[in-house]
Design a binder for this molecule. Structure first.
Ligand code: NAG
Ligand code: NAG
Length: 759
């Protein structure tokens, strides 16, 4: 889609002509200027745009420069951090430059352990290879290497920040290492590849195989337990180090959707979010996933969306509520989502509960994840139009909603209560009629209602039952759980007395808005309270205080923050605060090690633990936020059969945006560009591929405006509906939140909003 066209100057005329008097040229020039001027005025009147200079880049692929993926599956390190290296190391950069090998030397056990720290520049995941140029050991022993991986310099030590064995039970065959991968380096040159397993019998010289990391410390050292196979001394020459990427390789040609705007940080974070999510998109293999009974026979060899490349490497359905959306908006890898949804539904318990993940052979008890399964099913069906999946798994959805949750409702309040022994996305010690579980149930019931309605009148009974249950539950939450003092919902009750505790949570309050439990007044009150009570340097915390746990008032999850920011984008008057929170949350992570990838959670105390992952699909909400709200494209029925375009432009936040949101079928997606035109209004182009049905387009208006669609006036009046209607036919409506909306069909639609000049 091309930005605003500027009228072209006429081509110079080179053909020699007979000489004419000067006054002829002056007259001709004047006539030409007059005609050009009147044409220009006519054009501007018709299109609503004067010949302003567009700030949108003219190069349609200018977004390629933000893509983080390496060009191919083999990833090379960026540099050796000489300041972090130790002991006797010759030719530090040799393994990068390829001139001469880097050599680690340790003549005796009393010498300092030599080590080099290799930096891959950004987080990555896969199987490491080391090309050796020769080695010398001590006596009959080969020289040993120990490899320690880390996502951050802060947690880089002699042991990995995380390695698969840390999650394995001691004594189990999965428990191979104590924190480093070991190599017995052969004396002749060869290439070693990191495989899960041991180089010698009886669990000697072992390795955990695949790693997600940015930094790698290679030390010439050996474990006592590996003697006599390896010795902690000798000489090892390394020609090169590389990684075979195991995850999805997201090069520019693989993008089915993309986003670009006037704010380069926001644009970069969109692509960083996609890169983070790509690192989680991988084939399910028994030898590199979560070691605690997580092998899913039905997923082996299939694409899945793991929670993170480092750990736990298991697909969790709650995470997909954000990570799945990132997938749908960036790459044609929705199989990675549906494979997981289908596999978990195939393991549904007889009482309707759906497991959160394959871990512990599908028995990990989480209370909220079956509801996230319903929400994820809705998102998947809307983005892909996969009705065969909906037909097959609709009974599973009905069983979760109708069999599992209703018996857990407390008759006196009408609210569901979590049974003992169940946790949630953060294993929180909450109790009683928790707002989060109840509003998420409402949200899931309403999503399911839309799916039932789409299936037709045979499913009307389901739709009515779910809708009325959602309405009753919503009324009960409003009647019991709202804290008028704070202007926000309580989290739940404390102790056995049934008193509400003096604490409020981001999840329940945000999803109350997203799920339509909070009315407009409560929504505004909640969002104002949260901005004042929970704002931290790194985002908004997930509780407003530490009443339930040590660091709760400091800890931030980008996962749950996504829903708070959605609530801000969807609540009139709060859009500026959505941009502000996005910048604080993703800006904090982008500016800190490991850079680029987004973290499982944020907060000093939370991340003092090296176990936490710094690359987590559930933290990539910046991608759907920018595509769905700033670009403004969303499906409104399965497969984009109907759709909407409603850009949230903020105040001085973004001056232009453009991009594409994929639709099913493999061709072009819905393309949108918009631009604020200095002092005059707003211009937008929407291009909808053939085969999609009708949609709704909404444009921002302030006060009195004229809205033209493909040159024709559809609105002439004020945003509150008043003003001049007169001679022109009005086919658009004011939606009451500062937008004018009209129906549109496929093809190209050009919209312009004009102000003062015309009124
Ligand atoms: C896991 O098994 C596959 C197939 O045998 C192999 O290609 C891969 O290298 C193994 N990964 C690890 C980490 O050992
Ligand atoms: C995605 O890939 C599948 C085949 O794997 C193809 O049928 C489909 O059309 C593609 N969709 C898009 C949006 O590229």
């Amino acid at each position: 889609m091309a930005p605003t066209s500027t009228p072209r100057a006429p081509e110079p005329n080179n053909i020699k002509k007979p000489r004419r008097p000067t006054c002829f040229y002056v007259l001709a020039l004047m006539a030409f200027l007059l005609i050009t001027l009147s044409l220009l005025l006519l054009f501007s009147h018709l299109s609503g745009a004067l010949n302003h200079t567009s700030r949108i880049p003219s190069n349609p692929t200018s977004w390629h420069r933000y893509v983080r993926a390496s060009p191919g599956h083999v990833v090379h390190p960026a540099t050796v951090l000489e300041g972090s290296s130790m002991g006797k190391v010759l030719n530090h950069q040799g393994l990068i430059s390829g001139d001469e090998p880097t050599v680690l030397v340790r003549d005796s056990r009393t010498d300092k352990v030599p080590s080099v720290v290799i930096d891959f520049g950004i987080n990555t995941v896969g199987i490491l290879s080391i090309e050796f140029a020769g080695a010398e050991g001590a006596g009959d022993s080969l020289p040993g290497l120990r490899l320690a991986f880390s996502e951050t310099l802060e947690h880089l030590s002699d042991n990995s920040d995380f390695t698969r064995s840390y999650n394995a039970r001691k004594g189990s065959p999965e428990h191979l290492t104590g924190g480093t991968d070991q190599v017995a380096v052969e004396t002749a040159p060869y290439t070693w590849t990191n495989q899960l397993g041991c180089q010698r019998d009886n669990q000697r010289v072992c390795s955990d195989g695949l790693h997600g990391f940015r930094y790698l410390r290679i030390s010439l050292d050996a474990l006592d337990a590996d003697a006599p196979f390896t010795a902690p001394q000798g000489r090892v020459s390394i020609s090169s180090v590389s990684l075979r990427l195991s995850a999805f390789l997201g090069t520019p040609d693989t993008f089915t959707g993309w986003f670009e705007c006037s704010d380069e940080d926001l644009t970069q974070w969109w692509f960083d979010g996609v890169y983070t999510n790509d690192l989680c998109t991988d084939i399910f293999r028994a030898n590199d996933t979560e070691p605690r009974d997580a092998v899913a026979q039905g997923l082996l060899g299939k694409w899945v969306l793991h929670d993170a490349p480092k750990r736990d490497r298991d697909p969790y359905v709650g995470d997909l509520a954000v990570a799945g959306l990132t997938t749908f908006m960036s790459h044609n890898t929705s199989d990675a989502v549906v494979n997981v949804l289908a596999d978990l539904a195939d393991h549904q318990r007889a009482d309707g509960w759906i497991p959160p993940a394959s871990i512990f052979q599908y028995t990990l008890r989480l209370f909220d994840y079956p509801l996230w399964w319903v929400v994820c099913t809705y998102d998947y069906v809307l983005h892909t139009g996969d009705l065969a999946y909906l037909d097959k798994y609709y009974p599973n959805m009905a069983a979760t909603l109708d069999d599992y949750y209703p018996p857990l409702m407390d008759k006196s309040t009408g609210l569901v209560v979590k049974p003992g022994g169940y946790g949630d996305y953060a294993f929180l010690p909450r109790s009683g009629p928790v707002t989060y579980y109840n509003v998420l149930y409402v949200h899931a019931l309403r999503r399911a209602t839309l799916l039932a309605r789409h299936r037709g009148s045979d499913y009307d009974a389901d739709a009515e039952r779910w809708e009325s249950r959602a309405t009753e539950l919503s009324a009960a939450v409003n009647a019991h759980n709202f804290d008028a003092g704070a202007g926000a919902f309580f989290d739940g009750t404390c102790g056995s007395g049934g008193e509400y505790c003096a604490t409020h949570a981001q999840d329940g309050n945000s999803i109350a808005i997203v799920g339509g439990v909070a009315d407009a007044e409560r929504a505004e009150s909640i969002l104002k309270y949260w901005a004042s009570a929970a704002s931290r340097e790194w985002g908004n915390s997930f509780y407003d205080n530490n009443a339930l746990g040590g660091d709760f008032g400091e800890r931030t999850y980008a996962f749950i923050s996504y829903f708070e920011i959605v609530a801000r984008f969807e609540t009139a008057g709060m859009v500026g605060s959505a941009f502000e929170e996005m910048r604080r949350l993703w800006g904090y992570m982008a500016a800190r090690d490991p850079g680029v990838t987004f973290w499982e959670g944020t907060g000093d105390s939370y991340n003092s633990d090296s176990f936490k992952s710094r690359s987590h699909g559930w933290s990539t909400g910046v991608v759907p936020l920018l595509s769905r709200y700033v670009l403004g494209v969303a499906p409104t029925s399965p497969g984009f059969e109907t759709w909407s375009v409603k850009p949230r432009t903020g105040d001085d936040d973004v001056s232009w945006a453009r991009g594409e949101v994929p639709v099913p079928g493999g061709g072009e997606g819905i393309r949108v560009w918009w631009e604020k035109v200095e002092g005059r209004g707003f211009e937008m182009g929407v291009q909808v591929p053939d085969g999609l049905g009708e949609g709704k387009i909404a444009v921002p208006v302030e006060g009195r405006a004229i809205v033209r669609v493909n040159g024709e006036v559809v609105w002439d009046g004020a945003e509150d509906g008043s003003g001049r209607v007169g001679k022109r036919k009005r086919t658009a409506i004011a939606t009451g939140d500062g937008y004018v909306e009209f129906e549109a069909s496929g093809g190209k639609t050009r919209v312009s909003v004009g102000y003062a000049r015309e009124l």
